[in-house]
Design a protein around this ligand. Structure first.
Ligand SMILES: [Zn+2]
Ligand SMILES: [Zn+2]
Length: 244
């Protein structure tokens, strides 16, 4: 029935899925000797997840029924339908936009955790190409030997996941200065950057609630972070917002 009402949303959804499929084969050209840090969504995945999320939103029955009701009220001359839409349309657009952002993020997490890392041992979909000579970059299976001491500690405590790639044409000798290093930052709050080591090497080693939350009063928590590299310690009192 829905298909009769909104055939274009179905077609547009399939077009988005097809676009996501095509985008996943599109090369990404990178500097063969560069270091990049990725905190949330990898740019390489963003366009694909956006296309997938758009397709899923268009396929969702709630949006289709929204378009259906919108069309019915558009066809109707009854004034209350128009007043309804003044509030319903912005609300539905807001809900759709928020759902869309959540979907993009979820799709990226699902793709990374369950497919990309497990199957391909990498966090992005599109193939990496050298921007200087236009050939595919090669992955280094064990990047640990290319990392400095602070980065090795970050990799060990899993605050950062490193991937190293190199171009076989540009660089005959593969060393730290001739590779493309991608650092995927773990956004878990238990990790913190050490001011001395300037790397995400501090980890939460102690946490205790020192003041319970009471009605209309915030709570407090004592947190200690310790650097696993230089063993610097930082103590901080954090506010636990009421109702959190
Ligand atoms: Zn190259
Ligand atoms: Zn340190």
């Amino acid at each position: 029935m829905n298909q009769d009402v909104n055939p274009w949303t179905h077609q547009l959804a399939y077009l988005c899925f097809f676009l996501a499929f095509v985008l996943s084969f599109l090369p990404v050209y990178v500097d063969p000797c560069s270091k990049i840090r990725i905190k949330y969504i990898d740019d390489n995945n963003f366009s694909i997840c956006t296309a997938l999320a758009t397709g899923l939103i268009l396929k969702s029955s709630s949006l289709q029924s929204y378009f259906q009701s919108g069309r019915q009220s558009w066809n109707s001359s009854a004034p209350h339908f128009i007043y309804d839409n003044i509030f319903i349309i912005p609300l539905m657009l807001l809900v759709s936009f928020v759902s869309f952002l959540i979907l993009v993020f979820l799709l990226d997490c699902i793709l990374i955790k369950f497919i990309l890392i497990k199957l391909f041992k990498r966090e992005f979909i599109r193939p990496l190409y050298c921007k200087d000579c236009n050939i595919p970059m090669r992955k280094i299976n064990s990047p640990l030997s290319f990392l400095n001491w602070q980065e090795q500690v970050a990799a060990k405590i899993k605050s950062i996941r490193f991937e190293a790639w190199y171009c076989s044409l540009c660089n005959s000798a593969v060393n730290r200065d001739s590779i493309h290093l991608r650092a995927y930052v773990n956004t878990d709050e238990k990790f913190k950057e050490c001011p001395d080591c300037q790397e995400l090497t501090m980890v939460e080693v102690y946490s205790k609630v020192t003041k319970e939350i009471k009605p209309n009063t915030d709570g407090q928590r004592l947190v200690i972070h310790k650097c696993q590299c230089c063993f610097r310690e930082e103590t901080k009192v954090e506010v636990i917002p009421n109702g959190y």
